[in-house]
Design a protein around this ligand. Structure first.
Ligand SMILES: *Cc1c(COP(=O)(O)O)cnc(C)c1O
Length: 230
């Protein structure tokens, strides 16, 4: 099932790229494997998928230990007591949202590993329930992360509220793309090119607006059991 699902999702991404004049190689698939067993990740890896997203540290660590050849993305909220393990075991984080967490990840990154790649998560609608830095505080955070030797800033990540329809999402994704371009300019960041936005039900809209990473779980691995935070 997993290889077939992957093929279908990749075809969907490819079609969206063709329809919206995006280079297919510019849009990457992050397979969200949170709560799924290591065998499911191995099946996807064998089918050619490299990048996997995890939200729960304790659930992810054994999978990373068994499949170190995959590229591991931490896509959950980054709590300060988890920064050392996240910095030690992951390749990319998508939810960077404060200077304090940036400093802790930077300090925790082992010196024998390449810099930890990071997306700053932006809170574009000021919902208190959602994580992310406000657009006002974003330049300060970018400046702080730029000074972190062991972090490499890739771009921005954001999640529209579940209640948004596709046209509201389009506005939301476009806003994020504009902010990214402004920051890349303002801070002369040549590698600040990525936008992690779009999930199963809005990936075409996200791709139309410039997404370079779409995060898809259920469509690849099937439905999840509800999970408590670790
Ligand atoms: C779980 C999750 C996804 C994938 O969600 P699905 O509905 O399973 O496709 C994507 N992004 C983030 C941040 C998530 O937590």
């Amino acid at each position: 099932m997993i290889p077939e699902n992957l093929t279908a999702v990749k075809a969907q991404i490819h079609q969206a790229c063709l329809r919206h004049h995006r280079a297919p190689e510019a849009v990457h698939l992050l397979a969200v494997s949170k709560t799924k067993p290591v065998a499911a990740v191995a099946a996807a890896l064998n089918a050619g998928q490299r990048d996997f997203g995890e939200n729960y540290l304790q659930d992810a660590l054994p999978k990373i230990a068994q499949l170190p050849e995959a590229t591991w993305h931490f896509i959950g909220q980054i709590q300060s007591n988890k920064t050392r393990d996240i910095a030690a075991h992951f390749d990319v984080v998508h939810g960077l949202a404060s200077e304090k967490i940036a400093r802790r990840l930077n300090d925790g990154r082992p010196k024998d590993r390449a810099p930890l790649k990071a997306f700053i998560q932006v809170n574009l609608v000021n919902e208190s329930s959602k994580n992310g830095v406000s657009p006002q505080d974003l330049p300060r955070l970018v400046a702080a992360v730029k000074d972190c030797q062991n972090l490499q800033l890739l771009g921005l990540m954001a999640m529209p509220p579940a209640t948004f329809d596709l046209s509201e999402r389009q506005t939301f994704f476009t806003q994020l793309a504009v902010i990214r371009a402004q920051l890349a300019d303002q801070f002369s960041l040549p590698h600040f090119q990525d936008l992690s936005m779009g999930m199963s039900d809005d990936l075409e809209t996200a791709i139309a607006c410039g997404a370079t990473w779409v995060r898809v779980g259920t469509a690849i691995f099937g439905a999840r059991q509800p999970q408590e935070d670790d």
